[in-house]
Write a protein that binds this ligand. Structure first.
Ligand code: GLC
Length: 778
């Protein structure tokens, strides 16, 4: 069953019925002020930090209710009938319901009893507030008297306190209205949330209880029932931004109402800002600017291939999702509610890969923030909070290594080798180190903490947060981290060569080989690599294990890091296909654990088939794709890619449940009764890595130190593809032809009509378009 479709002309996903299996959400804002919004306008807002600077409240774990949100009520004052144009929260039947999730905005329209409505929500480019607009059209034959109500439920700025200490936050919250602006504040700091109406209002409510009425709910608020607000203020209790506007609509006439919601440090600022943008003209021109911004953003890279799904993902939705994961790491969604973890060190390091082609400067800023959260010893805080930059939690075995991948990608994209000499402070000392030194410390940390097999210690956890093998003896070792370390060492060796540190390059090549040898010596199980050694020297992921015999990541990374030679690579990826592949994606490990085992930790708390315990943990699938391309298997790489692309689930959404326009974090595996059900959509490393797998590996267009490398590994039956991309200040318009039905191996390459040796197109940096034609095979 389907709930919507892709509007390719407008780059929108159009939801055609409100009762999607889970709320299907979108993000507004660019990474500072913003929020999430569902297809029935549920969701919340915040300013830079959803935990410490919340603007709108959301009721956690509230699905299926998905409330509150950015609501409007429309009331026919002649009949007293009322409804919500976004369906929620009234849930009265509306006609022609349509939710258009676009890039940075959401627009929900519907009609009822001859009144057509369109609610639109967005954050203007570069601004720190949001605009709501409601357009009404009278399609009936008589003049209509209408009341419009708004509903913005304010949250105390500290979102955790807002839930924890209800007496306190209700005693200190103050909410009042002056000249069409409702202010919510406390004595604690000069900080105002304001909600402003662009048109004259009939009445208002600032007290939530007055607006809703005792024992009422959002579906039938007291004020809406009675047709007006009570002009209430709240000097304790909960604050709300509720306006009542009276409209008289002649037949075939239309009116638009604009509102602005944001925060300000001073009341005067709120007054100044809020008057500026909440008029129809300004809101309209800001909306056009937003559309232009995104058009430009996604035009940094575009493809045309024989696969509609790949085109749709790479050209629009995957790029868009990558920007969102870059903005919010794993911090704020419908699943991670912006109250717990901040920006993940390993997560954000990986997220830079998904925006590197379009905003390397932003990636660089993020890399610096992350490096500031690295300790002098080389390890790092697990996460940090965006408002303060302050780190939190430590003791993971992998976090610090991911930053090397981010730095390498940045250098390849920009050629900005001087970045390596930039001095950045450490989290725990007054000293600074260059970016290069930070990376050296990262590998030294892992090299210095190895166990009895010469592999890095597992510590609290590695990439898999839920494998917790260290029970206090400090013996447990992670094969995955060993592989990540080899990968990082190879990158560091390459970087060292590029920046003229020849001895260091040789040193890291040597250490990488030594670490790889340790893995091949101690982690080879006969047909695949084992995952880890626990504290008592027992193996995880060995054929001799009762459960958890084989894990995906150590196979993909054995290939990606070059640890597995060609024959082992073939064997392990065969085992992956035979034992781990399902029609919804590759599962993370098999067979799943069937009871809690404190010696393994979190992974065994999940029922079989869920999340890391034998679920399809999607983040790991693009690594299998990359491994397959490195082995030259274009058909298999594309098969795995297509298997996980969400747009292919559009017509079976009742089973998959989550949004078909973005990747989700997890899909329940075959050992679970709900096999195929997705959850935790949007904020996942799947976004950036799948974009990398598709563009850099399947299509094979990779930024490199010396230029743009053309190294596709495509399905044999593809006749070719087109790839356009900006790279170091020039545009590359690349056509790849595949006349002989091969998968890999560029036979000839022409740039602007001239034949070039090898498969790397030079750097031009001349602002021009360069035509590249590459032919696979002879
Ligand atoms: C979550 C975490 C990520 C971790 C993964 C696997 O997605 O955000 O950091 O690697 O789970 O446990």
């Amino acid at each position: 069953m389907k709930y919507g479709y892709f509007d390719q002309l407008n780059n929108e996903y159009v939801i055609t019925r409100p009762d999607t299996p889970t709320p299907w959400i979108n993000y507004i804002g660019e990474g500072r002020y913003g929020g999430i919004i569902s297809n029935t306008a549920g969701g919340y807002s915040f300013d830079r930090d959803p935990r410490y600077n919340r603007v709108l409240r959301y009721r956690y774990n509230s699905v299926p209710q998905d409330q509150p949100g950015r609501y409007f009520y429309i009331r026919d004052d002649d009949t007293a009938d009322f409804w919500s144009p976004t369906w929620q929260p009234v849930k009265a039947a509306v006609e022609n319901y349509e939710c258009r999730h676009g890039l940075g905005y959401t627009q929900i329209s519907s009609s009822k009893s001859g009144i057509e409505s369109r609610a639109r929500y967005f954050v203007p480019v570069g601004k720190d507030f949001e605009i709501w607009s409601l357009k009404l059209e009278n399609r009936s034959r008589k003049t209509r008297k209408i009341s419009i109500f708004t509903y913005a439920e304010f949250c105390f700025f500290d979102a955790v306190m807002d839930q924890q200490n209800v007496d306190w936050i209700q005693q200190i919250g103050q909410c009042s209205c002056r000249d069409r602006i409702i202010y919510f504040s406390t004595f604690i700091k000069d900080k105002y949330t304001y909600f402003a109406s662009g048109s004259g209002v009939h009445s208002h409510d600032c007290a939530l209880e007055t607006f809703i009425g005792k024992y009422n709910d959002l579906g039938r608020p007291h004020a809406v029932l009675k047709g007006k607000c009570s002009n209430s203020s709240a000097y304790r209790g909960n604050g709300v931004g509720a306006f009542c506007i009276k409209a008289v609509l002649k037949p075939d006439s239309e009116k638009e109402y604009v509102f602005q919601l944001g925060t300000a440090e001073k009341k005067a600022d709120a007054d100044r800002i809020s008057g500026k943008y909440n008029n129809v003209k300004k809101a309209g021109s800001e909306f056009v600017k937003l559309k232009d911004y995104w058009k430009k953003y996604i035009s940094a890279m575009s493809i045309r291939t024989p696969s509609r799904d790949m085109d749709l993902m790479v050209n629009v939705w995957n790029q868009y999702q990558c920007k969102t994961t870059f903005n919010w790491s794993r911090f704020v969604s419908l699943y991670q509610l912006g109250i717990g973890r901040g920006m993940g060190f390993r997560d954000s390091s990986q997220d830079t890969l998904g925006i590197m082609h379009v905003m390397p400067d932003k990636a660089k800023e993020m890399i610096i923030k992350l490096l500031k959260n690295q300790f002098e010893e080389g390890d790092a805080y697990h996460q940090f909070f965006p408002l303060t930059g302050k780190g939190d939690q430590k003791g993971y075995s992998d976090d610090h290594l991911w930053i090397i991948l981010a730095v390498a990608a940045y250098l390849k994209e920009t050629g900005d080798i001087r970045f390596l000499d930039m001095k950045v402070s450490y989290a725990d000392s007054k000293k600074t180190g260059t970016v290069y030194e930070h990376m050296e410390k990262a590998v030294e940390y892992s090299l210095g903490k190895t166990g009895r097999h010469g592999l890095p210690l597992a510590l609290f956890a590695d990439w898999n947060d839920t494998i917790n093998l260290d029970r206090g003896k400090g013996n447990a070792e992670s094969v995955f981290v060993a592989m990540l370390l080899v990968y990082a060492l190879n990158q560091l060796a390459e970087i060292s060569g590029v920046c003229g540190k020849k001895e260091k390059a040789a040193k890291y090549v040597k250490i990488s080989a030594k670490t790889a040898a340790a893995v091949n010596r101690s982690a080879w199980d006969g047909n695949w690599y084992i995952r880890a050694y626990d504290d008592d020297n027992h193996k995880l992921g060995a054929s001799s294990c009762r459960k958890g015999k084989i894990f995906l990541n150590v196979q993909s990374w054995a290939v990606m890091s070059g640890i597995a030679g060609p024959s082992r690579a073939g064997r392990i990826m065969d085992a992956v296909r035979k034992k781990l592949n399902t029609r919804y994606g590759i599962i993370l490990m098999w067979p799943p654990y069937d009871k809690f085992d404190p010696k393994k930790g979190g992974v065994t708390t999940y029922p079989p088939g869920a999340k890391e315990n034998g679920g399809i943990f999607l983040h790991s699938n693009p690594w299998a794709i990359i491994a397959q391309t490195m082995m030259g298997n274009g058909d298999e790489a594309f098969r795995i890619y297509r298997q996980i692309v969400p747009s292919t689930r559009n017509n079976t959404a009742e089973k998959y449940e989550v949004e078909p326009y973005v990747f989700c974090q997890n899909i329940l595996g075959p050992d679970h009764p709900l096999f195929g059900l997705g959850r935790n959509s949007w904020l996942t490393g799947t976004a950036s890595w799948t974009l990398v797998a598709a563009t850099n590996y399947i299509l094979g267009i990779r930024a490199d130190y010396r230029g743009l490398t053309i190294d596709p590994c495509i399905p044999g039956k593809w006749k070719g593809f087109r790839f356009r991309r900006v790279f170091r200040g020039a545009r590359y318009d690349i056509t790849v032809k595949n006349p002989r039905g091969l998968s890999r191996g560029i036979g000839s390459l022409e740039v602007d009509g001239r034949v070039i040796k090898g498969n790397t197109v030079p750097v031009f940096s001349d602002g021009r378009v360069h035509k590249v034609t590459a032919v696979i095979g002879g």
